[in-house]
Design a binder for this molecule. Structure first.
Ligand SMILES: [Zn+2]
Length: 239
């Protein structure tokens, strides 16, 4: 065998090894992306389902209050009861959608819908209490289950930078008195941490709850730097 032929064969083998290595790396990257997407879907779905259970409990509570009202003023209570039934129906639909969700975008849509239901519930509460209807506001940043925010607070994020976030009245009061807000916590490495410290797997859940606020917030860049969980690099689609 000539030297030239041997060199050609060696070059060919090296080329093949490079191609195989690149293919292997591509497969490993694709697998990591698939696992990350599945992790985000699983984790965000569990959070959303837990929030939905809370929403259902609040709907039941309103239903009891309306039952009392209907005994005193059936004419006033009836349209509200019908509206509440409509909201309960939409919550049932969300529960079904969450159970069969296959993509993290489905979770985002569900929590966005839940933020609208929370707003509707706040309006219903104001009618029951004979108070003015609340303006449309983003959910409380610390825990969207607290319902629509009532104010904006300047608060220190993950990197000690002050940011403006929507906040419910109770958490605003706690912050004023130097206490920590009642944040939505998430299990991470055996401990519970506020959701904004839980990493990008909670992003689909968060992006739905805070979608309307984020798309209108002038501080989006600042928020991205302070809350990586919200604005972490776009989750790549599984390949
Ligand atoms: Zn709150």
């Amino acid at each position: 065998m000539s030297t030239a032929l041997i060199l050609v064969m060696i070059a060919g083998l090296i080329g093949l090894a490079v191609v195989l290595r690149a293919f292997h790396r591509h497969e490993m990257d694709a697998r990591a992306i698939r696992l990350r997407d599945i992790d985000a879907l699983t984790r965000s779905r569990a959070l959303a389902q837990s929030d939905l259970a809370l929403l259902r409990t609040d709907l039941t509570l309103h239903s009891s209050q309306l039952a009392e009202l209907s005994m005193m003023d059936p004419e006033l209570a009836q349209p509200m009861q019908e509206y509440l039934t409509e909201l309960a129906g939409s919550v049932d639909e969300l529960a079904t959608e969450l159970a069969v969700a296959e993509h993290s975008g489905d979770i985002q849509q569900a929590t966005q819908a839940m933020s609208h239901t929370r707003q509707a519930l706040a309006t219903l509460t104001s009618i029951l209490l004979a108070e003015p209807s609340p303006p449309v506001r983003p959910p409380c940043f610390f825990n969207p289950n607290h319902g629509p925010s009532s104010t904006i607070v300047v608060w220190t994020g993950e990197d000690d930078r002050p940011v403006r976030v929507p906040c419910c009245a109770a958490d605003a009061e706690r912050l004023r008195s130097g206490a920590a807000p009642y944040s939505r916590t998430v299990a991470a490495d055996g401990v519970r941490v506020p959701w904004w410290q839980a990493g990008p797997t909670v992003r689909p859940w968060a992006m739905g709850w805070f979608h309307d606020w984020l798309t209108s917030s002038a501080s989006r860049t600042d928020l991205g730097e302070s809350f990586p969980s919200l604005f972490a690099e776009e989750l790549p689609r599984a390949v």
